[in-house]
Design a protein around this ligand. Structure first.
Ligand code: FE2
Length: 146
């Protein structure tokens, strides 16, 4: 998989460099290819404690009543063992993609937030990809079909 990293904000584009970064607006010249920009577990069937703390967990709920026309709740936590949120070690942001197209970035601060996010989708199908960036341990992803 070809990964292109925005030199300004760290956003990752999959396969194709966008004309402008959807997070910070940087021009495509700001992107550099780095196919190792996302970490992956050494053995997906036998995760280490560090891997369990960083790989996002996606939970899809289908019962949200917040939006009258219908709403698909997606809850995300980092990770299966909850990641620390301390000033020296925390989750900086969570990026959400649908079918590898960017949807949203959620910035986190360490003091008051859990490493988690709830989003309300108006789409009913596709493949969600959640990417988190830990200030010490880099980027990790999880994908899940809606
Ligand atoms: Fe970490």
């Amino acid at each position: 998989m070809n990964l292109y990293v925005c030199g300004k904000c760290g956003y990752i584009a999959f396969e194709v460099i966008p004309e402008a970064c959807p997070v910070c607006g940087a021009k495509k010249e700001a992107f550099e290819q780095d196919n190792s920009a996302i970490k992956s577990p050494v053995d997906p069937n036998n995760l280490s404690e560090l891997e369990k703390k960083h790989i996002p967990v996606i939970k899809i709920e289908r019962k949200c009543g917040l939006i009258d026309s219908g709403c698909l709740d997606v809850n995300i936590k980092i990770g299966e063992i909850i990641h620390p949120m301390q000033s020296q070690h925390f989750i900086m942001y969570i990026d959400v993609y649908l079918d590898k197209n960017f949807i949203s970035r959620y910035h986190l601060t360490a003091e008051k937030l859990n490493p988690a996010l709830g989003i309300h989708l108006k789409v009913k199908e596709g493949k969600l990809l959640v990417l988190e960036n830990c200030n010490l341990h880099g980027r990790w992803i999880t994908e899940k079909d809606i």
